[in-house]
Write a protein of this length. Structure first.
Length: 365
């Protein structure tokens, strides 16, 4: 990406949202994972660091610093994504436990930033708020899993979740498969009804809010969980032949979470994850835990980069149950989408400019 610059571009979420669409994100994620599989990209595993003292303002919540980074040769950029969080759990009606981040910053806001660096000049290129990219890159990554693993004749989608991640996931699925019916379940009735109404109008598809988890599984071609849950969202014994299953909970050692139970994992014929290394490092219960219990073996678990680059096989026939566990965010995702966003911003003149000199020093670090 090297070219002579004298400024750093700063972009907020609203500007990014006006520049970025799901189709662009899907293309960027597929490129990123193909390049990772072909050794043209590098990723550093995600780090979650918790400070042990609980917040006085938010009892039960702890400070957490998250970072992930990666670079892609094709785009010439290195991305560092950081969040400074107040993290913990909240209880929903019915005793359902979910992850929650508190708006602890000024004005009840959050802190999440992406730093893009030029890998040739080493200079800082951009500072980008991360929230909208976060939503889109998770949905697009799960979308790549759908593209590679779901049957071509998949028409019925069961969706768990009614928040922003669920919306991004559904948008990606609808771009990739001829979706004719969606059944959405979340624990709060008004949330799932509102989601069905709003997303049905946005995507011009039939979305039905259902009252029981099993209704979002039985008879579906794709079952997608896009939630902030702690515990499994449905009984895995309900999975049927030919289904594709997706989930996104990225557990760590401190906050153990999962969306798919052991019974569901055991029924899957093809298992793909974003990162085996992260599953081990964080001792994630749905993957690492399944291996420890003898439900899975590591040689049966492929990575998305291996799948996209042709190093491992995906679905072999229409009766297999396939699983893509989108088990961690990766730095290469932010490098790929960040590079696309910066390119679009520069073409359209969007964003604020601050002097590059502020970020350069004359002595060696």
């Amino acid at each position: 990406m090297a070219k002579e610059r004298d400024s750093v571009t700063v972009l907020n979420n609203a500007e990014v949202e006006n520049l970025l669409d799901m189709r662009t994100c899907l293309e960027a994620m597929e490129e990123a994972y193909r390049d990772l599989g072909l050794n043209h990209a590098i990723n550093r595993p995600r780090s979650h660091t918790y400070f042990p003292t609980q917040s006085k303002k938010w009892p039960g919540f702890n400070y957490r610093f998250k970072s992930q980074e990666g670079g892609i040769e094709k785009f010439g950029v290195w991305a560092l994504r950081i969040t400074s969080d107040m993290a913990g759990f909240a209880m929903l009606p019915g005793g359902i436990k979910r992850r929650k981040l508190m708006p602890a910053a000024a004005g009840n806001r959050y802190v999440g930033l992406i730093f893009l660096f030029d890998m040739e000049t080493t200079e800082l290129l951009a500072v980008i708020q991360d929230s909208f990219i976060q939503k889109m890159r998770v949905g697009a990554t799960s979308g790549v899993g759908v593209k590679c693993l779901a049957r071509e004749d998949s028409h019925v989608v069961g969706l768990f979740g009614s928040g922003w991640q669920a919306g991004a996931h559904l948008e990606a699925i609808c771009l990739l498969r001829d979706t004719k019916e969606v059944r959405v379940y979340s624990p709060t009735p008004e949330h799932r009804r509102q989601f069905a109404d709003e997303m049905g109008k946005k995507l011009s598809i039939n979305i039905r809010a259902v009252d029981r988890p099993e209704e979002a599984v039985r008879g579906c071609d794709i079952v997608m969980a896009a939630t902030a849950t702690v515990d499994a969202v449905f009984d895995g014994n309900l999975l049927e032949r030919g289904m594709h299953v997706g989930c996104i909970v990225a557990s760590d050692k401190t906050q153990k979470r999962r969306e798919l139970d052991d019974a569901g994992v055991a029924k899957c014929d093809v298992v793909i994850v974003t990162s085996r290394e992260q599953a081990v490092y964080d001792e994630q219960p749905d993957i690492y835990g399944a291996v420890q219990k003898g439900i899975l073996t590591w040689d049966r678990i492929g990575e998305l980069s291996e799948l996209v680059s042709g190093k491992v096989s995906g679905r072999q026939n229409g009766s297999q149950i396939t699983l893509f566990n989108n088990n961690v965010g990766m730095g290469i995702q932010f490098a790929a989408i960040g590079a696309k966003v910066l390119e679009l911003a520069e073409k359209s003149g969007v964003g604020r400019k601050i002097p590059l000199d502020w970020f350069l020093e004359e002595t060696s670090p």
